[in-house]
Design a protein around this ligand. Structure first.
Ligand SMILES: C[S@@+](CC[C@H](N)C(=O)[O-])C[C@H]1O[C@@H](n2cnc3c(N)ncnc32)[C@H](O)[C@@H]1O
Length: 185
C-alpha cells in the first residue's frame, strides 16, 4: 500500500477529478461505489456531483484515510458519503445497487484484482457501468513502478474476464488512461 499524491493542489495540476468524473458520466442522483477511495480525491467531488439524492460509497482498507475523508466530507457539508473499511476483495456492498463503480489508480494495488472486479459486477445494477482510471504503463515523472502497472490491454482483458464489455479506452491527462465498461447481459 502506498499513499502518495497527498498534496491535492499539486495533484490537480496533472489530474482533474471533476473532468474525469464527467468523462465517467457520473450524474446527479447516481449511486456510486468508489473502490479504494483513499482520502477522497475523487469521492468528495463525486459526492458533490451526485447530490443529496445520490450517494457515494467509499471502500478502502486504510481506516485512517477513511477517517480523514469523513472529516473532509463533514467540513464540506456533505452528508451523502458512506464509508466502509474493508478489502475490496472481501465486500459486495449490496447486490445490484450501484449505477457506477469507480476505481481510481488502484486496480494494480489489489491483491486479487479479478475478485474485486467480480464483486463490482455483483454490486452494479443492470445497465450499470465500471470505470477504471489507471497509470499508463510507460515512464512517467512519478507514479508506481512500471512492473506493477497494468497496460491498457492487460486491464481490458482483466475487466472482460470479470464479465464486462469494454466500451471505451481513452487517454486521461498525460499519465493515465480511463476504461469504461458495461455489464455483460
Ligand atoms: C494510490 S491510492 C488511490 C486512492 C484514491 N482512489 C485516489 O485516487 O486518490 C490506492 C488505495 O488503494 C487502497 N487499497 C489497497 N489495497 C486495497 C484493497 N485490497 N481493498 C481496498 N482498498 C485497497 C489503499 O489503501 C489506497 O488508499
Amino acid at each position: 500500500m502506498h499513499h502518495t499524491y497527498r498534496d491535492e493542489a499539486e495533484r490537480r495540476t496533472w489530474q482533474n477529478p471533476e473532468r474525469i468524473l464527467a468523462e465517467a458520466e457520473i450524474m446527479l442522483g447516481d449511486v456510486l461505489i468508489d473502490l479504494a477511495c483513499g482520502f477522497g480525491f475523487f469521492a468528495i467531488p463525486a459526492a458533490k456531483i451526485v447530490g443529496p439524492k445520490g450517494v457515494v460509497c467509499g471502500v478502502d482498507i486504510d481506516q485512517e484515510a477513511l477517517e480523514e475523508l469523513r472529516e473532509k466530507a463533514a467540513l464540506a457539508g456533505l452528508r451523502n458519503l458512506r464509508l466502509k473499511p474493508a478489502a475490496a476483495e472481501d465486500v459486495v456492498l449490496c447486490e445490484q445497487c450501484a449505477d457506477k463503480v469507480f476505481v481510481g489508480i488502484a486496480l494494480h494495488d489489489f491483491k486479487d484484482p479479478l475478485k474485486v472486479l467480480q464483486n463490482a459486477k455483483r454490486a452494479l445494477k443492470t445497465g450499470g457501468r465500471l470505470v477504471n482510471l489507471d497509470w499508463k504503463k510507460e515512464q512517467t515523472p512519478f507514479g508506481p513502478p512500471l512492473e506493477i502497472r497494468f497496460s491498457e490491454s492487460e486491464a481490458v482483458s482483466l475487466i472482460e474476464r470479470a464479465g464486462f464489455k469494454v466500451v471505451s479506452v481513452k487517454d486521461s491527462g498525460p499519465y493515465h488512461y480511463l476504461i469504461s465498461a458495461n455489464l455483460l447481459q
